[in-house]
Ligand binder design. Sequence first.
Ligand code: 5GP
Ligand code: MN
Length: 345
Amino acid sequence: MNINLLDDKELEKLRTLLAEARHIVICAHKSPDGDAVGSTLAWKSYLRQLGKDDVRICLPDAFPDFLKWMPGSNEVLRYDKRPAEVKRAFNAADLVCCLDFNQMMRVEDMRPVLEECKAKRLLIDHHIDPDRNNELTISRTEMSSTSEIVFSLIWQLGGYDDMAKDCAQCIYCGMMTDTGGFTYNSTRPEIYFIISQLLAKRIDKDNIYNKVYHNYSTNALKLRGYIIYNKLNVVEELHAAYFAVTKEEMKRFKFIKGDLEGVVNIPQQIKGLKLSISLREDTEKPNLVLVSLRSSNGFHCQPMAVRFFNGGGHADASGGKLHCSIKEAEQIALKAILAFKDELR
Ligand code: 5GP
Ligand code: MN
């Protein structure tokens, strides 16, 4: 199967960029998910394979506990914890690889460091509407995940034979988490060709699934049950659902980062549902509401994320944020649903 992504010119450009780079920073978006962490670790592993000995992964903030098993994740530098060290790494870099985000604002507080740094920039991503102001932009919105793109690049560059099992595990985890365990956005046959090549590296895919999805604390599982039982609003005639979770509720269930990951997908189990919106108060900043959207059955949530929630993402999995109270956020969600009533009905 041909999984090559780049034409001859792009391939040459990528080879040259990598050949010339000596000090490399790899970064990803704020609140890094399985794909952000998986793709950055895998790309680092490949660069090490090429003999690059100064490669650092710099992330804006923490990633969830259920990703801590990932090989190499303990070496990731966090901007919120060690800003000076991250700045030094960016300033010393001659190549910055931006993975799993489309716009510089997605790194949030780390943005000035990224924008002020003089290094050449390589963007590898799968979100809609990428910033193209880079030395090389590899944007493939049809791909399941940035991890899938990273695999295809390593493959096309001839690095598969020497790929380590650790690298294969990271790629699998990124592909798995960005497709909800291959339940959405995962119909292209290339995905399963890649999985077969990862399995040939002796990864244990069932074990990876367990480590990621069977990692809840009792409180985290109860919080999910509480949201579904007490907080879910369903606008039946518009095939839309939304829920809002307050800081106080999260505190009650001893919330830690990652506990609400994927809850937005649960209402999608309602027959015929087209849209699910999750609103939750940020645990640190006041008047900040984090928004997640999911869509199916022919409705696409990305335009709604752009228009109502200062965000974006993929056609059927988007996010954003609101600077208001959680009550106001609920009203905005309802307004958004009504604004799209013709497509939702
Ligand atoms: P999640 O709901 O899992 O946080 O995010 C779903 C998708 O929306 C991800 O692909 C993510 O990158 C994108 N996304 C999440 N938050 C934002 C945001 O604030 N702005 C934009 N443009 N995209 C976002
Ligand atoms: Mn992704």
